[in-house]
Ligand binder design. Structure first.
Ligand SMILES: [Zn+2]
Length: 122
């Protein structure tokens, strides 16, 4: 590529007309080139921030779609507030089957006591 060409161009940053020495030259001066570069960088940062924001909104809207989730959390909070749990309640709280709970009681990994036929977990 020859550098001895004279190409009339308009600066892409300030719009001033200038004679380019190279075909790929886009700006009238180094100052405009670096300013345009900074502007592009800023714009891409804004774009990134916007993309992040959109992704966040997408994430929260997909959470909102599963309407059963807040209900489950509500149950968990209530169960946690109780001092004693039945086997069933403990299995819901821990997200395991009632048989797992009963096995854990047998292995004495969970403290449990019996009131009549009911097993109560502290
Ligand atoms: Zn310029």
């Amino acid at each position: 590529m020859s550098s001895n060409i004279s190409l009339p161009k308009f600066c892409e940053y300030c719009g001033a007309s200038f004679i380019a020495k190279q075909v790929r030259t886009q700006y009238c001066s180094h100052a405009c080139a670096s300013r345009a570069y900074k502007q592009r960088k800023r714009e891409s940062m804004v774009l990134n921030a916007l993309t992040n924001e959109i992704n966040k909104q997408k994430g929260s809207s997909s959470k909102a779609k599963s309407s059963t989730l807040p209900l489950q959390i509500g149950n968990h909070v209530n169960l946690r507030d109780k001092d004693f749990l039945s086997v069933i309640e403990a299995s819901i709280l821990l997200g395991v089957s009632r048989w797992t709970i009963q096995r854990l009681i047998k292995q004495e990994k969970i403290f449990a006591s019996k009131i009549g036929r009911r097993t109560i977990i502290t």
